[in-house]
Write a protein that binds this ligand. Structure first.
Ligand code: C6P
Length: 408
């Protein structure tokens, strides 16, 4: 069975719009943020129209309904990544905050000066800067798994780094620039064999293929709702219970406590221990609706569709003289195509493509060290999702030829 893409596109109201009169939107920037289906929009609107109340605080009907919806969403998200229990899903604002939560809570408690943390050269800034901050504060040591000329992680070098007894290995499941899908299960197994804890940045994997935290045996995983057809302002940290139980709270305030005295407090149980203050309730409900929507379509089918579209896009892009794609062979790659076009600045490429309604991103994509590694400052990046079509790839290719004509 293949996906009915037109039917899927009908679920996303924004895909019908024109960027300007007569110029339909060709949205190829889902790696930055995905579009939202009507089911997510109406779940959030229904909450505000019918159930708006604060959660975990009231006994009145609306408060109970709101709490029910908020917790039901947590269960949907837990199921989506096959977490053993919904208490292991901590709501955060996004992937960035989830990684910071681990850095501020788990790492501050467990890491000392001289302890080794292994990252990779293909990390997003959100999996670099929290560790830079900790290195400056506590003297932890950072090392990086190199990226090979084939745009893959160098696992031999990783094996060598593991002999130095790291405490943590934190890495991205899929690069937001190269599209490289890293062999997470092997990397995690190797880390565990060396006695290290693992943190997986799932920002680009969870939305695009089935990620099972128990099969991976990962210790922590960070991801964002907005990249998986959910709203902005909400994400999650998954963690193993035994680790989360021993971690001190990250932020203090309402809801994260069991009891407060003038001079002390007792933290709440999981997951509330990490959720201080009134949370993003509507967004959490939208996040749950997004997980249910993607499940209803089938993650394996989505991955298959993206793989086909990406293969097609890579083939067509490779035909264009002067265009260089940064990323591995298609079998290692998710739905991202970052490229440079001989002598034309990536921002100019993106700006001219916008005249044809084509939305792509240009810049370093919050992965400056990776761009430096390949001696470039920026790339243009087209990215694909469940609603992307071959026809859109054709419009992109046509647009790139027009960019070339303009500059030639
Ligand atoms: N990448 C992109 O255009 P937040 O912003 O916290 O939801 O996600 C951060 C993040 C972390 N890891 C990876 C691999 C990511 O791709 C991102 C977000 C977007 O590539 C915005 S910079």
């Amino acid at each position: 069975m293949t996906l009915d893409i037109q039917k899927i596109r009908n679920d996303f109201p924004i895909l019908d719009r024109e960027v300007r009169p007569g110029v339909p939107l060709v949205y190829l920037d889902s790696t930055a943020t995905a579009q939202k289906p009507a089911r997510v929009l109406s779940a959030m609107e229904d909450y505000y129209r019918l159930h708006n109340a604060n959660i975990h605080r009231g006994v009145h009907t609306l408060a109970e309904e709101a709490t029910g919806l908020y917790e039901q969403a947590r269960s949907s998200i837990a199921k989506f990544i096959h977490a053993p229990s919904s208490s292991q899903i901590i709501y955060t604002r996004n992937t960035t905050e989830s990684i910071n939560l681990v850095a501020y809570s788990w790492a501050r408690k467990n890491l000392q000066s001289g302890d080794l943390v292994i990252l990779t050269e293909m990390e997003h800034h959100s999996n670099l800067v929290p560790w830079h901050i900790l290195a400056a504060e506590k003297g932890i040591v950072l090392e990086f798994i190199p990226v090979t000329g084939d745009y893959l992680l160098d696992l031999d070098e990783y094996q060598k780094l593991l002999t130095r007894s790291p405490k943590l290995v934190s890495f991205t499941h899929m690069s937001n620039v190269l599209g490289t899908i890293n062999p997470a299960k092997d990397i995690i197994q190797m880390a565990h064999a060396a006695g290290a804890i693992t943190l997986l940045d799932g920002a680009q994997s969870v939305p695009h293929f089935h990620v099972d935290v128990q099969a991976l045996d990962v210790d922590f995983m960070a991801f964002s709702a907005h990249k998986m057809v959910g709203p902005t302002g909400i994400g999650a940290l998954y963690g193993k219970k035994e680790l989360l139980e021993l971690m001190p709270p990250f932020l203090g305030g309402g809801d994260m406590i069991k009891e407060v005295k003038l001079r002390s407090f007792r933290p709440n149980d999981l997951p509330y221990k990490f959720e201080a203050g009134t949370p993003a309730i509507a967004e959490a409900i939208g996040f749950g609706a997004a997980a249910e929507y993607l499940t209803s379509i089938d993650m394996d089918q989505i991955a298959q569709h993206e793989h086909e579209i990406t293969n097609y896009a890579l083939q067509r892009l490779e035909e264009i003289p002067g265009l260089k794609i940064f990323g591995p062979a298609a079998r290692h790659k998710g739905g991202v195509a970052a490229f440079t076009l001989n002598g034309i600045h990536p921002h100019d490429v993106a700006q001219i493509l916008d005249r044809f309604g084509i939305a792509v991103r240009a810049g370093h994509h919050c992965a400056q060290p990776l761009h430096e590694k390949f001696a470039i400052q920026a790339t243009s990046r087209a990215s694909f999702y469940l609603y992307s079509t071959r026809a859109e790839v054709d419009i992109l290719i046509e647009g790139i030829y027009r960019v070339k004509e303009y500059f030639d």
